[in-house]
Design a protein around this ligand. Sequence first.
Ligand code: NDP
Length: 483
Amino acid sequence: AEANVGVVGLAAMGASLARNLARHGNRVAVYNRHYARTEHLIDNYGDEGQFYPAKTVKEFVDLLEKPRTAIIMVKAGVATDAVIDELAEYMEPGDIIVDGGNSYFKDTIRREKELRAKGLHFVGMGVSGGEEGALLGPSMMPGGSDASWERLKPILESIAAKADDGEPCVMHVGENGAGHFVKMVHNGIEYADMQLIAESYDIMRRGLGMTPDEIGDVFEAWNGTDLDSYLIEITAEVLHKKDPQTGKPLVDVIYDHAGMKGTGTWTVQTALELGVPVTGIAEAVFARGLSDQTALREKAQADPFRGPDGHIELGVETREAFIERVRQALYASKIVAYAQGFNEISRAAETYGWDIDMAHLARIWRAGCIIRAKFLDRISEAFEDGAADVSLLFAPYFKQGIEASESDWRHVVATAAEVGLPAPVFSSSLAYFDGLRAKRLPAALIQGQRDLFGAHTYQRVDQPGAWHILWAEPDQKEVKMAD
Ligand code: NDP
């Protein structure tokens, strides 16, 4: 046995992670189902560190020092199960299997339980940052036993992204599925963030008639504000990019259908199961869905609906002033999306018995991952002093931020609606905020309706118990159904 760690699955992510490990002095066993990928890694990057290629799973396991540590980076789902089964056949009690793929957290909970019964440690680890992150330093979110974390910690801390203050972007998130859960929500927040940027772009492009270059400059400027983040930065880069074939702005030659791989959908499905409104993330997932409804969109072009064309008439207001309103709307909506995402994590932690340090979680998202942003420092501080326990929105920094943005946010949502520009995350975030502010919600009327058609009962504001009106009786008496 020569290797202190191994990687199974050497496609984009696994190969990069293996190289990152080797570059940091690890002795890395590598295995891939088709040997060609292993060969490619050794031929091209074999001199970056100590690699130990294996042709079979057994050979791979034999190369690992005991207790063994193997990281799997293969397609989520059945491929991951297949690889785990193969490894488990040769591994021994005390060994660790880390699944670094984008696995569904409930699969991770199941796998951990099955492998624990065999004496193996199973760690479900979210890895963010794409191929480049995996190579240069990803943000990693492992979930599993304390014992496995003790052993993984030095290895993972050495290869993780480092925040500006030097802190490695990796933490023990919690037991079993906790790591994959927070990675899932990270991706959900990423969807909302991207959609908000896209809505801002659309308002400037179609609403104000600006060019991609001009809008790229705006995003570049925004990157020097509270919005400072990786996604804003790359947005400017994409908008400034010219199509190599035609010389037109690249964004104009890209087919306007957004793809997705499933983590956003899982975030929303899980939020629905947990009963947590994540309206920003949900609308972002649905917006991608609508973009890809080809037949529906073609029909709407062939047989157009009457309505305004999206052009915004600024009147006396300057373009710069309106753009600043859009920035405020983006900032406020972004706070809501993050608040909702963190609420989903807290609810899951209660439901699944995970002890997740939210302040620390915000800190490990400061570098390496796709949603890395300056304001994660502020989020971390808000959780640190307990101000965000109920919602991030109540932490003074964010409460003040949202209050300062509020009127611009409304103006932008109202304008977009008036001129016919879709802004689903801007507007749903504002509706959530106003729902939260309302002293009384029309939910009272809904309870009345539910009692009438389904005898679902209602609670009174002035007395305890569950009440029901005998709607079908001539005298429509009220009866108490339960205490
Ligand atoms: P892919 O998701 O494209 O998976 C390809 C790898 O899976 C190959 O090594 C392939 O082996 C292996 N594989 C597929 N089916 C099987 C099977 N039945 N048995 C054994 N091995 C199998 O690779 P990526 O590198 O893009 O991603 C790896 C994991 O990381 C995925 O779970 C992904 O969701 C996750 N991830 C990806 C990110 C990204 O930016 N791409 C970011 C964060 C996480 P073979 O070569 O033999 O076909």
